[in-house]
Design a protein around this ligand. Structure first.
Ligand SMILES: Nc1ncnc2c1ncn2[C@@H]1O[C@H](COP(=O)(O)OP(=O)(O)OP(=O)(O)O)[C@@H](O)[C@H]1O
Length: 388
């Protein structure tokens, strides 16, 4: 009974349109992440769901019960929505110990003392802060306080847990651990989680679904894999992936079931169920590019322009035909002489095609797979795509 449905939500601050016609459903048991750059409206969306902000238009139902109806000016109080919220600023009670802070929600629910002790200690153990239970918040680091705030939220075993950038104050190692911990909690508690972050890795690692926001618009709602593999528009493509995906400007025409694209990479024929012509953008992730040191007939010739070692991986900047820069990612340590010739290949199903005007993804033909192969011109730059 924790399904949340949002219909045509519009929210304004001082005549600024902050949330624009937002429609989506959070199913029971979802780990739904609201993802997007700073200022895109994620926190406002969360506050609207909880009842801390009222939208001017739209309907929200939780478990089939209407909690917001903008037209009727009906807004159920936050306390009546059965939600539990953890904010980035964790607002612990300074005069209470860690134990008392976490126990507070249970005390007002009239749970027995013995039960409170057991449940609080379990929550503190889950968050790995049991050793600090008698300390006051001022005696904890920011990361430890953040974990107390999460323990306080999960101790009441809420049906719906809302988390606004709860890991932002943790160092990189702890953040990684806490991601795994939150994922485990989600599985164990079977709670519906709504999670706000601008960190795409966090979103891709933990969520069952991701809602990507830009400037108050919900641009894409999909599984992490769907968002990663097929970003719905160029803004999402630019936002997802580390390092950033490669963008290649191209012009295309439609011939014999293919988009014939001309770019710095040469001629690329991409099978497509959608007829399209004009200016497009091709994208390919750095990790999908394979570098060959020996001349590869089916590859594209490039010049190595820079090597960026990053510990477990190496980023290699390549120049194609003096006009297109590509970044490739090699898992492991790798050295190439700067200025040397290499050849690249990449699987054609990993290439996405976007209309340059609308910035939207052009869906390709279904069942389209195979390898990008060169049909080679003398410069080794003209490439075609073979279907299987
Ligand atoms: N109370 C308010 N009054 C006026 N404008 C506000 C208010 N709260 C938020 N805004 C504006 O609404 C927009 C969305 O803010 P919001 O906090 O939802 O963004 P966000 O995506 O959560 O950003 P961040 O990741 O930086 O927290 C911003 O332009 C912000 O300045």
């Amino acid at each position: 009974m924790s399904r949340i449905e949002l219909k045509k939500i519009n929210k304004y601050f001082d005549h600024n349109h902050i949330l624009k016609d937002i429609d989506f459903v959070i199913e029971e048991g979802d780990f739904m992440t609201l993802l997007g750059p700073s200022g895109c409206g994620k926190t406002t969306m969360l506050r609207v769901i909880t009842g801390l902000e009222n939208p001017e238009e739209g309907i929200i139902t939780i478990g089939g019960k209407e909690v917001v109806n903008g037209r009727n000016r009906y807004y159920a109080p936050a306390s009546k929505r059965g939600l539990n919220l953890v904010f980035q600023s964790y607002a612990l009670w300074p005069h209470m110990t860690v134990f008392e802070n976490v126990a507070f929600g249970l005390t007002i629910k009239k749970v027995t003392k013995q039960d409170i002790r057991k449940r609080v200690e379990t929550a503190l153990e889950k968050m790995r802060i049991i050793q600090y239970k008698d300390r006051y918040p001022s005696e904890l680091s920011g990361g430890q306080q953040q974990r107390v705030a999460i323990a306080r939220a999960i101790v009441t075993e809420p049906k719906i847990l809302l988390l606004d950038e709860p890991l932002s104050n943790l160092d990189a190692k702890l953040r990684l651990e806490m991601r795994a911990e939150l994922k485990r909690l989600h599985r164990e508690l079977n709670t519906t989680i709504i999670y706000v972050t601008h960190d795409q890795v966090e979103a891709l690692t933990m969520s069952t679904k991701i809602a990507v926001f830009f400037e108050g618009d919900l641009v894409q709602l999909d599984t992490p894999r769907g968002i990663y593999r097929h970003p719905a528009d160029l803004r999402v493509a630019d936002f997802i992936g580390n390092p950033t995906i490669n963008f290649v400007d191209a012009i295309c025409s439609y011939r014999d079931g293919c988009l014939v694209t001309e770019s710095g990479l040469g001629t690329v024929n991409i099978p497509s169920g959608q007829k399209h012509s004009g200016e497009i953008v091709l994208t390919i992730y750095p990790e999908d590019i394979t570098i060959h040191e020996d001349r590869n007939e089916s590859g594209i010739r490039c010049i190595v322009s820079s090597i960026l070692p990053a510990g477990s991986e190496t980023l290699i900047q390549l120049m194609v035909n003096d006009q297109t820069t590509l970044l490739a990612k090699y898992m492991g340590e790798k050295e190439y002489p700067i200025g040397s010739d290499v050849w690249i290949t990449f699987p054609k199903e990993k290439v996405n095609v976007y209309d340059r005007g609308s910035k939207r993804l052009i869906p390709l033909a279904s069942g389209y797979s195979g390898d990008l192969v060169s049909v080679n011109d003398s410069a080794g730059l003209a490439v075609g795509v073979s279907g299987k």
